[in-house]
Design a protein around this ligand. Structure first.
Ligand SMILES: *Cc1c(COP(=O)(O)O)cnc(C)c1O
Length: 287
């Protein structure tokens, strides 16, 4: 998989008013199924699984999880088996496009009730106690190896930005960006927009993934109702934005992140002449 995705400029009246330059790094173009950051996150996890001679990737996600799909694809590509535990015992594997793609790619889908789903490590331990060839990958790929994979995107940047932004689910992508910036000794701040409600706990998770990094900030007030929820402000903003740009956005991750960034820009949170790079983390899954 080739990661070096293109960077394009975004033009918008709010940006010229506030004298702010905005670019977007099109990680959504990396691959049609392995959405944006998910490919980066899986890079070292896959290498680790293969090096340990594992044969089955076991992972976890919601019914619309881009991570499940990315894992299904990566497993197939590397000749590995894949098992995906899906949150909600009522979920039918054929019920939506994401899970259908997973099945087509050979992933075994195992729906699991929401309560048991909370403890992924114990699901893994109970079901794979006698299977030394199974490899645990946490929900969303969340891990130090995943953050390491993401951190490498900093090496692809052609210039210095004041801020690099992304949407946050588990916070792994933000942690990776912060680590990459710190390692490259750049003065850039990493900004994350949490897409779930009550996401303040993510700060601890990010601190664990990116110890010794203080070059990041997480915004938790732009969830628009919660994970995979939207409100009329978000949808109206996305519609309006589409008049200025043909950048594909969806309301779960990247739409929310851009919406939040534009609210922050409008309310004067950035200095004039800020140079902001948004990472388009993907999430546009073909039907
Ligand atoms: C998974 C995902 C994210 C969240 O990434 P984390 O590393 O879990 O914070 C952001 N955007 C898209 C499109 C995703 O699929």
């Amino acid at each position: 998989m080739l990661f070096n995705s293109p960077i394009q400029t975004i033009d918008h009246p709010v940006l010229s008013e506030q004298e702010i330059a905005l670019w977007v790094k099109r990680d959504d173009l990396i691959h049609p199924f392995v959405s944006g950051n998910k490919g980066r996150k899986l890079k070292y996890l896959l290498a680790d699984a293969i090096q340990q001679q594992k044969t089955t990737l076991v992972t976890f996600g919601g019914a619309y999880s881009n991570h499940l799909l990315a894992t299904a694809f990566a497993a197939k590509e590397h000749g590995l088996q894949a098992i995906g535990y899906v949150r909600g015992e009522e979920i039918q594997a054929s019920s939506n496009a994401v899970l259908k793609h997973c099945l087509d790619l050979g992933m075994e889908i195992r729906p699991i009730d929401r309560n048991s789903y909370r403890n992924k490590q114990s699901i893994f331990e109970e079901n794979f106690r006698d299977d030394a060839r199974a490899y645990f990958i946490d929900e969303g790929g969340c891990s130090e190896l995943a953050a390491k994979g993401v951190s490498e995107l900093i090496g692809e940047l052609p210039e210095v930005y004041s801020h690099v932004c992304c949407a946050c689910g588990t916070g792994t992508t933000l942690a990776g960006i912060a680590m990459g910036l710190q390692k490259a000794k750049l003065p850039t701040q990493a900004l994350g927009i949490a897409v779930l409600k009550g996401a303040d706990f993510l700060r601890d998770d990010i601190r664990k993934l990116a110890p010794n990094c203080s070059n990041w900030q997480l915004f938790t007030e732009y969830h628009c109702g919660g994970y995979a929820q939207s409100n009329t402000d978000l949808l109206a903003w996305m519609k309006d934005f589409s008049r200025y740009s043909d950048l594909p956005l969806e309301p779960v991750y990247t739409g929310k992140a851009f919406y939040a960034l534009f609210q922050l820009i409008k309310n004067g949170s950035f200095l004039k002449n800020s140079r902001i790079l948004m990472i388009h983390t993907g999430g546009i899954i073909p039907a």
